[in-house]
Each structure stands twice: as C-alpha cells, then as structure tokens.
Design a protein around this ligand. Sequence first.
Ligand code: SAM
Ligand code: SF4
Length: 333
Amino acid sequence: MVNLIDRFGRIHNYLRISVTDNCNFRCFYCNPNSAKDCNTGKDSLLSFEEISRVINLFSSHFGFNKFRFTGGEPLVRKGFIDYLSDIQKLKNKLNFKVGLTTNGYLLSYYLPKIIDAGIDYINISLDTLDRIKFKQITKIDVFDNVLNSIYNTLDYGFDNLKINVVVMKGINDDEILDFVHFAITKNINIRFIEYMPFSDNDWNKEDFFSYFDMKSIIETKYKLIADNTNNNSVAKDFILSGYNGKISFISSISEHFCNSCNRVRIASNGDFRTCLFSDDKKSLNFKYLFKNGFDDNDIALKVIEMINDKWEKHPDEISLKKLKSNNMFMIGG
Ligand code: SAM
Ligand code: SF4
C-alpha cells in the first residue's frame, strides 16, 4: 500500500464515483436548457462489478477510506439499490466509509435498504423551501417527496445527513435565513454551496452569491462559531451559538480549498478526474482499462502518473467556463 500523494504533498484518500449521468431532475444550474439526457451510453457506464473493482483497487493500493456515490441521480440507476448489499460486504472486508448524494425524490422509498446496507453519510440536495420555486429550479413538481425524504431520514435516527443548497443571486439568496431556521428546528447540517460555472451551464457573475455575503446575512441574526472538528472537510463548518443545527459553506469560487484537497473522481463515463474542474492533460478511462485487460497494478501506476500531474489549484471562474469537457451531471459534484 502506498499513499496517493501529489507534487504539493496532498494525500488523496477519498473517491467520488458518478454511477450515472441520468437524472429525473433538470436543475438549470447543473443540466440546463437543452437538458441532454444520459450521454453515457449503458455500455460506457462502469458495471457494478467494475465499480467494486475500482473500490477494491483504491482501497488496497492507496488506502482510500471514503467513497461516495453520486451522479446524475444515483437512485435512478437500475440495480443500484441491490448493489448496495455488495458494497456492504466490501465495507466489512476493506473497512471504509460510504456516502450517497441524492436529489431525494426516490430516497424515502429506498431508505430502509440504504440504511440497512450501512451507508454512512447521506447528502440531500434542496435549493428552496418554496414549492413553486422548487419546480422552477428542478423542472419537476416533487417538493413534498424531497421534504419527506429529509424527514424520514431523520426519523430513522440517521445522524450523518447534510442538506446541500446551491445559492444563486435572485433565485434563493432570500431564503438563507429560512434555511438556517430549518437547520435549527430539524437539528441538521445545511451546507450552502457557491454556484459554480461549468461548460454546459449558464453561469455568469451576476448570478453568483459569495460565501462572504451568505455569512454576513446569517450574522445579522446569529452568532456563528467556527467548528474545526472535521479536519477532512472541504466545507467551512459553523455552529450557531445557542442553537441546534450546523451551517457549512462550500466556497469553491471565492475562497478555494484546493490546498487541502484529498479527493479524486470517476465520472459516469469512467473517466478518472483529479479535480472537479480538471482539464487533465492525460486521460485515464477505467472502462477502457478494464475492457482491455489492464491489471490492477498497471492501473495503479497510471493513477499515480495522473496524480503527479494534478494542478495546484483550479483556475478562476472565467477560465473555468472555457473548459469544454466539464459537466456537473457527469462528474457528480
Ligand atoms: N443528483 C444528485 C443531487 O442533486 O444531489 C447528485 C448529483 S449533483 C451533480 C451533486 C451536487 O452538485 C448537488 O448538491 C448539486 O446541487 C450540486 N451542483 C450541481 N451543479 C452545481 C453548480 N453549478 N454549482 C454548485 N453546485 C452544483
Ligand atoms: Fe440532477 Fe442533481 Fe444535477 Fe439536479 S443537481 S440535475 S438532481 S444531477
């Protein structure tokens, strides 16, 4: 076992796997306008056996101890829920933690199986507490299903639930204090995420709402106390003095956290990505490697080569827009 360390001394131990780029929502900031559906043909997706092989490889070669399933929407991939029992077996053998990021629509239905399979962390995305706005953002009228998924997950006594809120000026920046109230009354962690530019979304600077502005709004009413208990977190975590709940900020644009990055990704088409925004010069596709008979030692060497080339930090937001190969719904956040 070797640590997967890059030129800047960052040790990588966390892999996020996008299991599909298909989704039952059409959030305009992620998969906008023409809303191309699943670009990744069924034959290009990693099979569940291949996903297990990837996990085994990163765990045994590089000591990875955390994996997350994302998408697209992971819960729309056929067979995914049943596959979680294989993950449970792998977890018992290799000892790692597993997270799931979901839009929450189908979560209530599958929750018992997901919790039984020993999923350690669940993140549910919810950008508004207003039913009408919800439909405008996601293009689907299932606000109540998502809210119920949150309540049901809490009723299960599941502790590691986070709610992801992408904050956009003129869309939901007026709801920041409502979300804080939600965090307090439900005693949960709300994570406010800066709106990020991708080649396929309509991001522009006017829609951007910075972490500083979000924090200032909250501080008009609450005292935020920094919470540094989670060293591995890319989020800035805070407790609300005198109240339940927790608030976090993901300030990818205004104050990047690249110097503490410990994560790599596999997009829905099997592409290995050293950064969410990466413009990797070399490419590495796991589907290709598996199909062409590369063994795990060969693949591990190729991963090390890619990590040696990982950039120190991602470029500014304007340059990010120009990177043509990036789509959030393929990479998974
Ligand atoms: N479908 C699942 C969901 O929505 O939670 C998982 C995939 S989604 C791509 C993962 C996360 O990325 C979500 O929390 C979503 O809000 C976030 N996201 C998507 N596009 C984004 C953007 N342009 N800027 C910031 N966050 C974004
Ligand atoms: Fe689908 Fe998640 Fe993207 Fe929304 S953010 S379109 S739910 S993948």
